[in-house]
Ligand binder design. Structure first.
Ligand code: GLP
Length: 249
């Protein structure tokens, strides 16, 4: 794991966008694994700006999103489908046929999960996977559990995740209790992984990710085994790390 600590959120966002820029410059038909949550929003803003200024071209890029709420229509403003179009896809020159987001409304969820895994495989696999992290160290919606799930699957959300995500809904009862998420197995197949975390409330999850035992109770800890993972943090999220373990940007 390479760890880079930036001064603040703005710097993290810039650095992350530059990583995507170099990936897409080197391989214009890159397959990007994208994430939701508030953390990557700044990176998306930078990418939109770069696209406007024609530094980056998304016309051949393919994307796969990590997760989607179960049983929440795409038209709902809190769906991850809506989030991705609002925060990125509506503002860049991507071909919507190249955009993939799990369908949380599918009648046959198992078939939908299998279809999603197959589509990732057919695309040749993910070149760079962007990840955020939950306060409980979940990645995507892989909640702390007793085993690492490999493929895309339906998951019951943790109470703490429901609580954290309730800030986007009028009422905590409106927060979906389940979601479809890519599994941890797909992470290993991603050629590169870029985990972003900002703020003090992520410091403990980051500490456990970097130094903790690799156990499913700390889903992100599995990244210790991946050979091309970069973690980009602000100072607050890096608070518990030893200075010799990271570089400053
Ligand atoms: C949600 C998403 C995760 C994300 C997490 C943290 O639970 N499913 O993929 O990493 O939120 O979000 P934030 O970046 O807003 O802290």
């Amino acid at each position: 794991m390479r760890i880079i600590v930036c001064e603040n959120y703005e710097e993290v966002s810039k650095k992350a966008a530059q990583m995507i820029l170099s990936q897409v410059t080197l391989k214009p038909n890159s397959v990007l694994g994208l994430a939701t949550g508030s953390t990557p929003v700044g990176m998306y803003k930078n990418l939109i700006q770069m696209n406007k200024e024609r530094y980056i071209d998304f016309s051949e890029v393919k994307t796969f999103n990590l997760d989607e709420y179960y049983n929440l229509p795409r038209t709902n403003e809190e769906s991850y489908y809506h989030f991705m179009y609002e925060n990125l896809f509506n503002h860049i020159n991507i071909n919507s046929e190249n955009v993939n987001i799990p369908n949380g409304m599918a009648e046959d969820i198992e078939a939908e999960c299998a279809r999603y895994d197959e589509a990732i495989k057919e695309s040749g696999g993910i070149d760079i996977q962007v990840l955020g992290i939950g306060n409980n160290a979940h990645i995507r919606f892989n909640e702390p559990t007793v085993n690492f799930e490999k493929g895309t699957h339906l998951v019951e959300l943790d109470e703490s995740t429901i609580q954290a995500n309730s800030r986007f809904f009028d009422d905590i009862d409106d927060v979906p209790k389940k979601a479809i998420t890519m599994g941890v197995g797909a992470i290993f197949k991603s050629k590169k992984i870029m985990l972003l975390a900002c703020g003090e409330n992520k410091a403990e999850a980051i500490y456990n990710t970097v130094y903790g035992k690799v156990i499913p109770e700390v889903p992100a800890s599995i990244l210790q085994f991946h050979n091309d993972t970069i973690i980009i943090l602000d100072k607050a999220a890096a608070k518990l790390l030893k200075k010799e373990d990271y570089k400053t940007a």
